[in-house]
Design a protein around this ligand. Structure first.
Ligand code: PLP
Length: 500
């Protein structure tokens, strides 16, 4: 379903007339009387609006945005799946949402129990000794894990370890995080079959290897079947294995990074555990460690005092700040606590068997799409994939001039979110597709037929794709200029700032 096109929507400030205020909406003059003086600028014109003008304005705005609640969102690596509304209801319970971060532990036992139970659930699901719920994004979790690795080597008096090994299929945040903590990044070229080459790894490691950062399944959607050998090589060289589990949709209940030999990992609850995300926020990236690294985790950790068992004693949970080897807090307060509630609600709604089923269906759906799409687009690594796979428009581009970007824009016109494009970098003109387990066969079939029709249109009428999208609120933009000169702020027409 295409989005309604209404590019001429006036901004809120440009609507209304003096005297429009109603019993439902206060006038601008009375707003001035109760808003604190220090937050109001004299030159700020507040509009007088009727309630209907406001309702229409905000409803229209909400329709300009594409979201998972509106249509299929096959954005590879980002795991945009259905966000069960009950998770939001749980996070909005007043006992959680009204809790002040400075509430003393003995009055916040329920919230602490949520954090403790989530930490325990993640540890058992991924085979790690402990997790910190502190980082508020995947990239921040990577940074935290690398800080932990530094603290670990420092404590061992091993100052020679200065490099991080990152395969060329890695997510872009991996080398960026390594560089941010001052490690030197060594990129590792993948084998023909899209996987890490153990021989190349053997050549790359040495006494200066600190960490090897791997994503498994990697960004081509392929499982690193020599992972045990790779872990052994890195460990024998004295390095640590880091698992980027941002997107663990193919793994849950099937295999665990801890069992594969990883020392550190992170998980994006905003991807794998159905937390709404988009527009860059708000994330949640718990970081997990094996037993030898627990003492370096960020503070505070939630601990439980007293005997193990189903019935917990009163005041059993507390925040532990007394951790002398900790890298310290990496985030204010208790991170995005509402996300911890959502993630735990999701885990409990599914249970262990349900989470395994989630992974099985995510893999099944990805393979279903892979086989169907291979009928009309090339699929460079055409073998069983995990939760995602990569197709390429390279041949199509040679034949018709239509690129992955143009197919992506064409999909927007047809009411779909585009897949991730031009990533991973090792596949030219790639489209990285992740359907997730939450879509029906009918949705997947409709997507395939839409994409098939776009590829046919590339042959018969390529210009229409080069001009797409036509039906979205914003047409094709100059992507370079949008990145270099983002226009994010409304300016009054008189300022001339909008006339570019
Ligand atoms: C999304 C993602 C990240 C980064 O996570 P953010 O929360 O966006 O910082 C890192 N690695 C992989 C594999 C990802 O998919």
């Amino acid at each position: 379903m295409p989005l309604p096109s209404s590019s001429a929507t006036p901004l809120l400030f440009e609507q209304g007339q003096p005297g429009r205020a109603t019993p439902y909406v206060v006038s601008s003059a009375s707003a001035r009387s109760f808003l604190p003086r220090e937050v109001l600028r004299d030159d700020l014109e507040l509009p007088d609006l009727s309630e209907l003008e406001m309702v229409r304005h905000f409803t229209r705005l909400s329709q300009k945005n594409f979201g998972i609640d509106l249509g299929f969102y096959p954005l590879g690596s980002c795991t945009m799946k259905h966000n069960p509304k009950v998770n939001d209801a749980a996070a909005a319970l007043p006992g959680f949402s009204d809790l002040h971060p400075y509430t003393p532990d003995h009055l916040a036992q329920g919230a602490l129990q949520v954090m403790w139970e989530l930490e325990r659930a993640l540890s058992s699901l991924f085979g790690m000794a402990a997790f910190s719920l502190n980082p508020s994004a995947g990239a921040q979790a990577e940074l935290t894990a690398l800080l932990i690795s530094k603290a670990y080597f420092r404590q061992r008096g091993d100052s020679a370890r200065t490099t991080v090994i990152v395969p060329d299929t890695a997510h872009g945040t991996n080398p960026a995080s390594a560089a941010m903590v001052g490690y030197k990044v060594v990129s590792l070229k993948s084998k023909e079959n899209g996987r890490v080459d153990p021989e190349a790894m053997r050549q790359a490691v040495g006494p200066n290897t600190a960490v090897c950062m791997l994503t498994n399944p990697n960004t081509l959607g392929l499982f690193e079947d020599e992972i045990a050998t790779i872990a052994k090589i890195v460990h024998e060289a004295g390095g640590l294995m880091y698992y980027d589990g941002a997107n663990a949709n193919a793994l849950m209940g099937i295999t665990r990074p801890g069992d594969m030999g990883f020392d550190l990992m992170h998980i994006n609850t905003h991807k794998t555990f159905t937390i709404p995300h988009g527009g860059g926020g708000a994330g949640h990236g718990p970081v997990g460690v094996a037993a030898h690294l627990v003492e370096f985790l960020p503070t505070p950790l939630v601990v439980r005092d007293g005997p193990e068992g189903r019935t917990t004693p009163a005041h059993a949970f507390r925040l532990d700040f007394e951790r002398p080897l900790s890298v310290g807090p990496v985030r204010s307060f208790w991170s995005n606590f509402a996300h911890a509630v959502r993630a735990l609600a999701y885990i409990y709604a599914n249970g262990a068997d349900g989470l395994r089923r989630v992974s099985q269906l995510a893999v099944l759906n990805a393979n279903y799409l892979r086989v169907k799409i291979a009928e009309f687009l090339s699929v460079p690594y055409d073998e069983l994939c995990r939760h995602e796979f990569v197709a390429s428009a390279q041949d199509l581009k040679h034949e018709t001039g239509v690129r992955a970007l143009d197919l992506a824009k064409g999909l927007l016109d047809e009411g779909y979110m585009a897949p991730t494009i031009y990533f991973p970098l090792i596949v030219p003109e790639c489209l990285m597709i992740e359907p997730t387990e939450t879509e029906t066969k009918e949705t997947l079939d409709a997507f395939v037929e839409t994409l098939r029709a776009l590829v046919a249109r590339a042959q018969s009428d390529p210009q229409t794709l080069l001009d797409a999208p036509q039906r979205t609120p914003v047409g094709r933009i100059d992507e370079t200029r949008a990145a270099r000169q983002p226009d994010l702020r409304w300016m009054p027409p008189s300022s001339g700032a909008n006339e570019r």
